[in-house]
Design a protein around this ligand. Structure first.
Ligand code: FAD
Length: 846
């Protein structure tokens, strides 16, 4: 459908649909066009237009390996077209899967500018603002984010001006290169392109139009530069300029020794009087040196140089340029001679030419035209770009040029150093640690018909080998124009900067709408399988994670052979020390019960009144006589699993184990139930309580984990003072071994090797304002917590509940950082488990 007609159709729909009189013909057309694009898009009244067909171009890039077709392409004519479109997707909320990719010139390698079933914004059609030049002492130009650098060059030269820092190829957009860095032979002096920008205008992932610079919205400014399109769409950039030269001396000299080559490169990038452009090439396995030289370099030979043959050796070519104006050619030649005289290349290999400034900067385009004529431009380009720390470049070169790439040459390999001091370390660009690092660019092209050494598979496998080597040898290499498959790899790529990268994402594109092709953040929920081996961080986080990181949809539970029956035993103590000593003895013994708990019996007139659960002992005479007489007593609850065929041994074992305990002798209460009856014992009690209408009452429970060394101090005060005259429900007390807990999970435990669970399982009488009323029980809980805090017992709440984030922070202690980091990684919008009141949606405060 012609675009104009479609747009008219869209407007028709938005106008007429409210009147319900849309003609059937147009409705059918629109249904086709809008399959899966929310019809609400028809309400966006853009100055440019959307296209819904013939969008194949937006599913392609220079890499020629990834093809994701968008649902629509916006061809914007104004910034507000972009803002309205993004805002609309933002307003559709997290349940919509729509994403938005700004597409510059589509010269990415792995689909970074594509949006699978999303919206691509064709930035090149954004022609506003018209280029605006500021001349004077600090010249600059304001350009559209979709402008090509080649156009900026031509326009700037009309004012005798030029941008300072370039890429090797200028048919790229401002937004595209600023989203990465923009590195070329000028970067050693001026820094990359992202170091030469004064101001940006950005449409964020919420559809807001924000102007930013180092002075204004500085965090967004830094984030967007090198930010892989994650925080906003660059709609305007203010680029720093300098006076332009007219001509360029372009020089290549050759080395057979890598150390000399890099020594000279490092010397040149550190010297004050030096060339204007310094790069380098590796020439792998070339029979004739001048075959296949990249770009349009066409030197005027001197006799000696024309004789030079590489003879299959790996050589290193230093590429230099000196800008000049014709009126100072003599001084320029002298300067060049002086600078070359300090270098240690093979003397017979000075290749030199003289070209215009534009010819030099646009050199790769000249090569492009030739390749296009031969049908060799639109082939797969499995490029790999690495930033290698200076201290590791020799180790890198030994293996990569000495071993991995020896017998193959599928395109230029660039190697040149840059000074890190010229980079602003606030941007999102990720760099190696050293002060000088090398860009090493494997700019391969693949023969699409080949399965051999020049085929895509083979080149990709070489890239993998190089990356594998870098990782194994721990070279501290970083990918430039990075590409990864998993978020764990992205996290490793960013290293300690991941937190900042992620925080900014949350601030500027919280729904992960922008630049989905980078595959860093995913819009919508992910289903993840995790274990100790796979996505281990999520696995540990979710366990004890209070629902903060994900919804558990499946769990693999460990099993053991089951017994059929259970001996269920209670014995009573009047002395807390004897009680806990026996408990600790039992949980540390090898031959012991299968279940060990304990109860505090506060102020009971008759011991068996209100005993928790379905325990229904068979009395022996003595036991039935026992009266608590209002004392606080401590009941040890034990169970031994058994099968009927070994009842005799079981009884013997129990007898032996009980004989080592120091309970009140007349208080052995015992019963025998099935395994299910035992495990489901509280449900049996529930049924009884429900029948009496006592289940659905308020339950002001308080669960504490008390370190072993503090349990007596705790008991003295809590059972001796606070809870003396009241009993509103069972109070459990029993020790556990910390060694049985995985300390990687999110569960928060006291410091010691043994700690007690103390559970006040109160129920309140909803009608009472007295001692069994909710208010009173809550006030007792508060008193207990207050005491624990004042006495610094190191108690932790289990099933914790707090009112403020400060309290949560105190609860987690040194584990808070991890807890928060995981939240940011797995639920950055704080959507999940809001009832815990730990994080608040929209204000994840980091
Ligand atoms: P695209 O491929 O269209 O987009 C790249 C990424 O940026 C995508 O994620 C996209 O969504 C995002 N993006 C695009 N526009 C915007 C915007 N306005 N706002 C926010 N995000 C946006 N790089 C160098 O540093 N130095 C070089 O010397 C160099 N030489 C190259 C030579 C060739 C032949 C090629 C093909 C690439 C070269 N590159 C070089 C890499 C190039 O800088 C990046 O691939 C760059 O992203 C391409 O720009 P583009 O306009 O085609 O961007």
């Amino acid at each position: 459908m012609p675009k104009g007609k479609l747009k008219r159709g869209l407007k028709l729909l938005s106008r007429r649909s409210t009147h319900g009189s849309l003609s059937p013909k147009i409705a059918i057309q629109l249904n086709l066009c809008f399959s899966n694009i929310p019809s609400s898009f028809t309400t966006i009244n853009v100055d440019g237009h959307f296209s819904f067909t013939n969008n194949e171009f937006a599913a392609k890039d220079y890499g020629n390996q990834y093809q994701f077709l968008p649902l629509a392409v916006l061809h914007p004519k104004s910034v507000s077209d972009i803002a309205m479109t993004v805002r609309h997707v933002w307003e559709l909320g997290p349940s919509s899967e729509l994403t938005v990719a700004a597409r510059g010139h589509g010269h990415s390698i792995q689909g970074q500018a594509q949006a699978h079933r999303g919206i691509v914004i064709n930035m090149e059609s954004l022609k506003t603002p018209k280029m605006h030049f500021q001349i004077g002492d600090f010249p600059y130009v304001d350009v559209s984010g979709g402008e090509l650098w080649i156009n900026i060059l031509h326009e700037s030269l009309k004012y005798g001006l030029t941008p300072k820092s370039w890429t090797d190829y200028l048919h790229l957009t401002v937004g595209g290169t600023l989203s990465n860095a923009g590195i070329s032979g000028q970067a050693f002096r001026h820094g990359p392109q992202i170091s030469n920008v004064h101001q940006l205008e950005v449409v964020t992932g919420k559809g807001e139009v924000v102007t930013c610079s180092e002075q204004q919205n500085a965090d967004l400014f830094s984030g967007v530069l090198g930010g892989l399109g994650q925080y906003g769409i660059i709609t305007r950039a203010r680029i720093s300029l300098e006076p332009a030269a007219q001509m360029v001396k372009w020089i290549r000299v050759v080395y057979s020794d890598f150390s000399r080559f890099t020594r000279d490169q490092e010397h040149l990038i550190s010297s004050k009087n030096t060339f204007d452009y310094i790069e380098g090439l590796v020439l792998v396995n070339r029979t004739n040196l001048l075959n296949n030289w990249r770009s349009s370099f066409n030197p005027k030979y001197d006799d000696q140089a024309s004789q030079f043959k590489s003879e299959g050796r790996t050589l290193f070519c230093l590429e230099l340029a000196k800008y000049f104006n014709p009126n100072n050619i003599v001084e320029t030649n002298e300067e060049i001679e002086s600078m070359l005289s300090k270098l240690n290349y093979i003397p017979s290999t000075v290749f030199m030419t003289e070209v215009t400034y534009v010819e030099f900067l646009d050199r790769v385009h000249t090569a492009e035209i030739k390749l296009q004529e031969k049908g060799l431009w639109d082939v797969p380009h499995p490029w790999l770009n690495l930033l290698v720390p200076r201290s590791k470049i020799h180790k890198f070169a030994d293996e990569v040029f000495g071993n991995i790439l020896v017998d193959t040459s599928n395109g230029p390999v660039l190697v040149y150093p840059v000074n890190k001091s010229k980079w602003n370390n606030m941007t999102s660009a990720v760099l190696p640690e050293d002060d000088i690092f090398y860009l090493v660019a494997f700019l391969s092209q693949a023969n699409p018909l080949s399965t051999g050494k020049d085929g895509l598979e083979h080149i990709l496998s070489l890239n993998k080998r190089i990356l594998y080597f870098c990782e194994e040898a721990q070279l501290g290499v970083k990918q430039y124009l990075p590409h990864y498959a998993t978020q764990d790899e992205w996290r490793a790529h960013f290293g300690h900067r991941w937190e900042t990268f992620q925080r900014r994402k949350l601030a500027y594109d919280p729904l992960a709408i922008l630049a989905p092709g980078q595959r860093i953040f995913q819009k919508g929920g992910e289903v993840v399988t995790c274990s100790e081996q796979q996505n281990a961080d999520l696995f540990s986080g979710v366990l004890g994670g209070l629902g903060q990181y994900g919804i558990i949809t499946r769990a693999r539970i460990s099993l053991e052979p089951a017994a059929q029956m259970v001996k269920w035993i209670r014995v009573v103590y009047s002395d807390f020390s004897t009680f806990t000593r026996d408990q600790e003895h039992l949980i540390s013994s090898k031959n012991t019960f299968d279940y060990i708990e304990g109860l505090v019996l506060v102020n009971r007139t008759n011991l068996l009144n209100n005993w928790r659960s379905s325990f229904n002992p068979k009395y022996d005479d003595q036991a039935s006589q026992f009266k608590s007489e209002g004392r606080t007593l401590f009941c040890l609850e034990l169970a031994k699993y058994f099968n009927p065929n070994n009842i005799v041994e079981t009884n013997e074992e129990i007898e032996s184990m009980l004989s080592k305990l120091n309970y009140i002798p007349s208080t052995v209460f015992m019963t025998e139930v099935t395994y299910v009856e035992f495990l489901d014992r509280v449900h049996t009690a529930e049924i009884k309580l429900q029948e009496k209408g006592l289940w659905d009452v308020p339950h002001p429970w308080l669960n504490l984990l008390v370190p072993r060394s503090k349990i007596h101090k705790f008991a003295d005060e809590v059972f001796g003072n606070i809870l003396v005259d009241t009993s509103n429900g069972p109070v459990l007390v029993y020790p556990v071994n910390k060694s049985k807990w995985n300390n990687m999970t999110s569960a928060v435990l006291p410091e010691e090797d043994i700690f007690y669970l103390v559970a006040f399982l109160s129920q309140a009488n909803p009608l009472s304002t007295g001692k069994d009323g909710l208010e009173h029980i809550l006030s007792l809980n508060k008193r207990i917590l207050y005491f624990c805090e004042e006495a610094q017992l190191g108690v932790k709440q289990y099933l914790p509940h707090y009112a403020t984030q400060d309290e949560w922070r105190a609860h987690f202690g040194h584990r808070w950082e991890t807890f928060q980091r995981r939240k940011l990684a797995y639920d950055p919008l704080a959507i999940l488990a809001p009832g815990q009141r730990i994080f608040q949606k929209g204000v994840l405060d980091l």
